[in-house]
Design a protein around this ligand. Structure first.
Ligand code: HEM
Length: 421
């Protein structure tokens, strides 16, 4: 029996791999860690279903009951919660790894797209699960996020109504989210993960730079042992963390009393912060759409040379990454403070339609200096197209993280910046 289980797992790998491909710094094990987190989530999620009642009247009490009355109930909930949060971080870091290690071109570009779909699914699964405890935190986070959908031109209201099952977050929303979270999402994730793994095999495994030593080694035991060590460390860390740190649970949801401030889930805080500075049509639709189209198109752009598996492409690429990240963090922070204190476009240009003043103009005020900086970097470093793309991606990622951290930690009551109150 054990032998056949082992054989089943070995099917995920070829019999032999190149020695260089299993060096830890090729992948940091991030794809495998994401897969293991999914397995933990699946098992703990199935067990949670025995205790959870998906109704607005009973959901919260069922969670309290699980935590207080059921043996290891708290541990079970914590394991599920912290694994879910970690999966968001790990999937993001895995995206960062495949991008900067130039592993998304030619045969691998399909997997970049499947990866983006997986990231969307990870976030959707996380978000639909967020509502289920039906406490003040989850209720208002979902209210904020579903309201953002309404700003999508033409279809926004209809879409938000479909997601919520009505005009506000209510019993229907809870039931919908429950079925998405425990049915559709896991199913789609298993499907897309299977295709993702199959494409990794089909494209010849992990991307390695041209000229890398071609020496081969047996997957079993050389790669399998490494995977077991990483898996055991991960399990130990998650287990210990879940023993000592409880998943948050505030008081039961009060649909008429919003907490101050009401925040989106942490991974969407960047969008909530962005909405404080630009018109919602831009913040929740046009800008995210442009970024998405750009990310999808990266492997399909024409480059003079592709350096598969080469971290940061070149030493210029590495320098562009560092400068762009530093600039994005500083500049975004300065923009946030400037926009909160001085800009005030809605009053200054009150006769303009707001979609032009706080929408187009505010976006341009942010984007133009950033674009000029990238042009300056390009000239100074005589960068090629790939190095410029690296600088732009770095800028976007660093800017989003800065907005996310600002929204999460530097805003207090009334979403005011705490150091300006
Ligand atoms: C649930 C989420 C995900 C899981 C379980 C997963 C799993 C994996 C695994 C096991 C690998 C083999 C190499 C490694 O471990 O790094 C891999 C490779 C890859 N993944 Fe993912 N992945 C996920 C999400 C993503 C995301 C968000 C992206 C990017 C948008 C992505 C893009 C890729 C690409 C391009 C490769 C090929 C890399 C290479 O050949 O070196 N994946 N993934």
């Amino acid at each position: 029996m054990n032998h056949s289980i082992a054989r089943f797992f070995l099917h995920f790998h070829p019999k032999k791999v190149r020695v260089e491909a299993i060096r830890f710094d090729r992948t940091f094990g991030l794809g495998g860690i994401a897969a293991l987190l999914f397995v933990i989530l699946f098992i703990t999620g199935m067990l949670l279903r025995f205790a959870y009642i998906p109704s607005a009247a009973e959901a919260y009490d069922s969670i309290v009951h699980l935590q207080e009355e059921v043996l290891f109930g708290s541990l079970l909930r914590n394991l599920h919660y912290w694994s879910a949060m970690l999966l968001v971080v790990v999937a993001f870091l895995h995206l960062v790894r495949v991008f900067y290690s130039q592993s998304i071109f030619e045969k691998r570009r399909k997997n970049w797209i499947y990866g983006l779909v997986l990231l969307f699914l990870v976030l959707s699964a996380n978000f639909t699960g967020y509502l289920l405890p039906w406490d003040q935190l989850s209720f208002w986070a979902v209210t904020i996020m579903t309201n953002m959908l309404t700003y999508i031109p033409l279809v926004g209201n209809g879409l938000a109504d479909i997601v919520r099952g009505g005009e506000v977050v209510n019993e229907n929303t809870l039931l919908r989210f429950y079925h998405f979270h425990t049915g559709l999402m896991p199913f789609l994730m298993i499907f897309f993960m299977s295709v993702h793994f199959w494409l990794v095999r089909k494209s010849g495994g992990v991307a390695l730079p041209a000229g890398t030593d071609k020496k081969m080694t047996d997957v079993n035991p050389h790669l399998v042992y490494k995977e077991i060590v990483v898996a055991l460390i991960l399990l130990l860390v998650i287990f210990l963390f879940s023993v000592f740190v409880d998943a948050p649970l505030l008081e039961k949801a009060k649909p008429l009393v919003s907490p101050n401030p009401s925040r989106a889930p942490w991974y969407f805080m960047g969008f909530q912060e962005l909405l404080m500075h630009v018109h919602p049509t831009f913040g929740s639709f046009i800008i995210p759409l442009l970024v998405l189209v750009f990310f999808i198109s990266i492997p399909f752009i024409n480059y003079s040379e592709i350096k598969k598996g080469e971290w940061f492409y070149s030493s210029t690429g590495k320098q562009m990454t560092i400068f762009s990240a530093l600039f994005a963090v500083l500049y975004t922070f300065v923009f946030v403070v400037f926009s909160d204190t001085v800009l005030d476009l809605s009053n200054r240009l009150s006769e303009w339609p707001s979609v032009l003043s706080t929408g187009l103009l505010a976006s341009l005020i942010y984007v133009i200096p950033a674009a000029l900086f990238i042009v300056y970097l390009k000239r100074k470093k005589q960068a090629c197209r790939m190095e410029i793309i690296i600088a732009i991606v770095t800028f976007i990622l660093a800017a989003y993280i800065t907005m996310m951290l600002t929204g999460s930690f530097l805003r207090g009551e009334g979403m005011q910046l705490i150091f300006l109150i």
